[in-house]
Write a protein that binds this ligand. Structure first.
Ligand code: ATP
Ligand code: MG
Length: 536
């Protein structure tokens, strides 16, 4: 872990250094610090709040050894003040866990640290490192101390580490599997792998890759980041929304090719989907991740704000996304948390952090946010979505309704609807007149209502089978046109129930690009002539 050593090389500008690290990096960092001091034969001591002593730290056969007590101690900072420490490197943990302190306790602790730095200036040969997983210093302390932050390793650092440890050119898949893991996790897994002597070949590297993928899944699921899990879309494509689909699945995919970078082209960094519920905003984000082969990392704004320490969660999340690189950062239902924007509050601070990151980050992370009510988003936030665009996903027009019906009919009744993307009614089992009748009834339906009604028909068909037929399981599912038509007539359309709020949504999002072009299908209704008509 040579690169880690470079990161924690102390600069000696200040006798006191703070070092922020991931929980799994502790052991590696402590080992590295002992190693770095052994060349100067400088003793290393350690304390955390589980010890009543300061202990000596050494390495024995590459393992950390916590030695005999040097000094009784409940607060090591007091000992520094009493000038009771002998020369050496002292590593103290837990003193920067300010989160659990009251404001007064915190102020006392900060003063103690401040005083220590002043004292240590006159005690040569003593250096102190304060460890912490989330270090937030006051400006007063920031000026007095040296700060090091051990982030997640980048793809290049991972590649170099793997190559050194495995003496093998690491496959790209192995590198990607490690992206998003901390140094300590990678090191631990590699040690385990190398601990069992066996030949390193493509098979063993594949199984190592799998181990890393499983480890990352486990870590992310238990990270406290409340990352949302999104299943893969279970339909082959998105109905309607032709303009947006072309942008995503043609232009965006091409701009993400490594070849595009040769021309200095960069893929867009952020997109925003706005529209009524059930029109495919979340589905489109999932499909984009699938098509690009990116990881979909979702987090609801409500969860961030509800977390114990929202600022920390956001930092971890953004660092994780940057480190993994090929990620869609999915901010679903973003309007939910923005109600207190004007009043300042944590929402504003968090969003501000996102804004800065969205502008600055150089990783290929694509942010996709979805909202129902765009009026809750402040203008400075909207501007950030200019490159990928703000898109309006509205209720499907008549041609799109035909399209969406066929996706679900082919999924539920595949023996009857053999083509999920029919170019015309000739490729379906129903006539043009039947389709017109169905579309007349389904106008103003959302795609989710269409999907639901077709699924209900399949469930009804199955439940109508006899016990024998269900056991045999060899019946083809067939849908009767009139049955579907009746079911569609019974839909209690959300768009009718909430007509006013949907219209308001459209008015507020007047500047958004339409996801769908005008209906040019044979089912479109001719525009009615304006009252008064033309001349003649
Ligand atoms: N354009 C579409 N084509 C096919 N199916 C769709 C489409 N839009 C939505 N659906 C279906 O409806 C379901 C719900 O859609 P989705 O969750 O994407 O809606 P949404 O716009 O995110 O709604 P909300 O505003 O409530 O979050 C999808 O899982 C999918 O089955
Ligand atoms: Mg959604």
């Amino acid at each position: 872990m040579i690169m880690l050593a470079e990161q924690i090389a102390l600069k000696h500008d200040s006798p006191l250094t703070t070092l922020q690290l991931y929980p799994s990096d502790y052991e590696l960092v402590l080992k590295q610090l002992v190693l770095s001091q052994s060349s100067d034969s400088y003793p290393v001591y350690y304390w955390n709040n589980g010890f009543v002593f300061i202990v000596k730290l050494s390495l024995e056969q590459d393992q950390l050894k916590y030695g005999y007590p040097l000094q009784d101690c409940s607060n090591p900072l007091a000992i520094v003040q009493q000038k009771k420490l002998s020369p050496g490197l002292y590593i103290f943990d837990n003193l920067l866990d300010f989160e659990h302190l009251t404001p007064i306790e915190r102020s006392v602790r900060e003063s103690q640290i401040f005083n220590c730095v002043n004292r240590l200036k006159f005690q040569l040969g003593i250096k102190i490192i304060l460890l912490g997983e989330w270090i937030q210093l006051s400006p007063k302390l920031r000026l007095k101390t040296e700060q090091i932050q051990i982030g997640l390793p980048t793809g290049v650092e991972i590649a170099r580490t793997l190559e050194t440890k495995l003496s093998h050119q690491p496959p790209i898949k192995l590198i990607s599997a490690c992206q998003g893991l901390a140094w300590g996790d990678i090191d631990h897994e590699l040690e385990q792998f190398l601990g069992v002597p066996s030949e390193i070949n493509s098979d063993s590297l594949t199984s190592l890759t799998q181990r890393f993928i499983e480890l990352k899944d486990h870590i992310l699921n238990n990270s406290g980041l409340n990352l949302e899990y999104f299943s893969n879309p279970d339909i082959p494509r998105i109905g309607g929304n032709d303009i947006l689909n072309k942008f995503l699945f043609d232009k965006l995919v091409k701009l993400n090719e490594p070849l595009a970078a040769r021309y200095g082209l960069k893929p867009p960094k952020a997109m925003l989907f706005v529209g009524p519920p059930g029109t495919g905003k979340s589905l489109t984000a999932k499909m984009t991740a699938k098509v690009l082969g990116y990881t979909l990392m979702g987090m609801s704004f409500g969860d961030i704000l509800g977390a114990e320490n929202p600022d920390r969660i956001v930092s971890l999340l953004l660092e994780l996304a940057d480190s993994m690189g090929k990620v869609i950062l999915f901010l679903d239902d973003w309007d939910k948390g923005l109600a207190d924007w004007e009043s300042g509050g944590p929402a504003r601070r968090i969003v501000q952090k996102f804004l800065t990151w969205m502008q600055e980050h150089t990783s290929p992370v694509l942010t996709i946010a979805t909202v129902n009510r765009i009026n809750l988003l402040p203008t400075e936030l909207l501007r950030r979505f200019d490159d990928g665009g703000i898109w309006m996903l509205d209720l499907p027009h008549r041609g799109a309704i035909f399209d969406i019906f066929n996706i679900y009919l082919a999924q539920c009744f595949p023996d009857q609807f053999t083509n999920p993307s029919p170019k015309s009614v000739e490729n379906t089992p129903w006539t043009f007149e039947q389709w017109v009748e169905l579309i007349d009834e389904a106008e103003e339906c959302t795609p989710v209502e269409i999907s639901d009604v077709v699924n209900t028909c399949l469930a009804d068909w199955y439940c109508s089978l006899s016990a024998r037929e269900r056991i045999d399981g060899n019946q083809s599912a067939i849908l009767d046109f009139d049955y579907l038509l009746t079911k569609v007539k019974q839909i209690d359309k959300a768009s009718v129930r909430a007509a006013d709020s949907i219209q308001q949504m459209r008015n507020d999002a007047w500047f958004a690009k339409p996801a769908s072009s005008q209906d040019s299908s044979p089912f479109r209704l001719e525009e009615e002539p304006l009252l008064g008509g033309g001349i003649g």
